[in-house]
Design a protein around this ligand. Structure first.
Ligand code: UDP
Length: 340
């Protein structure tokens, strides 16, 4: 089946659920530039209305099936890209109910709304967290999921639900398993903005700008060359491109599946810290604390499947571009109130 052609007079509407968040907003920007009409559906608990700049915002919760169905109907959406989720590993350990409710029950409700409205194409935001402690080698999709925290478990459950819906209800679904999302759009208008912020690169930058006083490297006793944990950092614009490819593939008749998104190259926490210091010309305090519970030593993607089937090829995920764009965003958005 050929992919329907987008024309300037009728850009196909796509409901971007959670589109007011970090990755969702970057995706909306790319969708709008690529001939689609992103309509954001978001409850704004962690998203930002200010990030909704490339199409309308419908405020609503995924757990409200009737409201989600109305949003699908009113927008005329023929596909959904689903980012809405609670996404903090640590919080999921102490408040699992929130995660099963928002992520699993919420997605089930959204899928019900899609069935109500006859929309069966979905790109879903998944995570490498579902692999758990998979060892140090690059992880391919052949690695059996074995999540070690409620957050990862919710994402794995949703992937299984999507697979069942594909079998039973003819859904076309692609799950994208991100490794470490980072960076900001190249012109600095949108970027990583979580409250509270828990991620390495933004926390280090907030410390340099004077907004965080307790920046710590979590663990220097891992079995890695410098003792700090290794992650595969992937620029948010490369993630956005992967969503666009996934959407296009599904519209073109792709059968769906799950795909890793990473570069295949890992950096240690210390290497990231040093790169931030080199880019900014500032020094971080260099405090090392205990490991953060639940953090594996090494997570690196084998993204060969995404390359082969989605044409995925990172364009801006070199560490310099990641850090340069993130720094520009943090400087502009948070401002320098006197850090290191
Ligand atoms: N990390 C750190 N200090 C921080 C935040 C994170 O040392 O303030 C480490 C964390 O333990 C992990 C890596 O940086 O090894 C990446 O963590 P992040 O929270 O950015 O992403 P995650 O890998 O947990 O998805």
């Amino acid at each position: 089946m050929p992919e329907p052609t987008a024309t300037s007079s009728s850009p196909p509407p796509v409901l971007v659920v959670g589109g007011a968040g970090y990755i969702g907003a970057h995706c909306c920007r790319l969708l709008a530039a690529s001939g689609f009409r992103p309509v954001v559906y978001d409850n704004l608990t962690t998203g930002h209305a200010d990030f909704v700049r490339w199409g309308p915002l419908i405020e609503g919760d995924i757990r409200d099936r009737a409201a989600a169905a109305r949003a699908l109907r009113d927008s005329g959406a023929e596909a959904v890209i689903h980012f809405a989720a609670s996404a903090e590993v640590g919080e999921s350990m102490i408040d699992p109910h929130k995660y099963y409710d928002n992520n699993v029950a919420g997605t089930l409700s959204l899928l019900g709304a899609m069935r109500d409205e006859g929309v069966n194409t979905i790109v879903f935001s998944s995570t490498c967290s579902l692999y758990g402690n998979a060892g140090g080698a690059p992880i391919s999709e052949a690695t059996p999921p074995a999540p070690v925290n409620p957050y990862g478990r919710t994402k794995w459950m949703i992937e299984q639900i999507l697979s069942d819906f594909s079998q039973a209800h003819g859904f076309s679904a692609i799950a994208l398993r991100y490794f470490n999302a980072c960076g900001a759009d190249l012109d600095g208008r949108i970027g990583e903005w979580h409250e509270p912020e828990t991620h390495l690169i933004p926390r280090a930058m907030l410390a340099l700008l004077g907004h965080v006083s307790d920046f710590t490297i979590f663990g220097n006793d891992y079995d890695t060359p410098d003792g700090t944990a290794i992650r595969d950092y992937i620029h948010v614009d490369d993630l956005a491109r992967a969503h666009l490819s996934a959407l296009r593939r599904l519209r073109g008749g792709h059968k769906g599946g799950a795909f890793n998104l990473g570069t295949g190259h890992g950096y240690s926490v210390r290497q990231v810290v040093e790169a931030i210091e080199a880019e900014t010309g500032r020094r971080l305090p260099g405090i090392t604390g205990p490991r953060r519970p639940g953090d594996p030593a090494v997570l690196i993607a084998d993204a060969a499947l995404a390359r082969a089937e989605l044409g995925f090829s990172p364009e801006c995920s070199d560490l310099n571009t990641i850090i340069r764009t993130a720094w520009r965003w943090h400087l502009r958005h948070h401002g320098d109130i006197g850090g290191n």
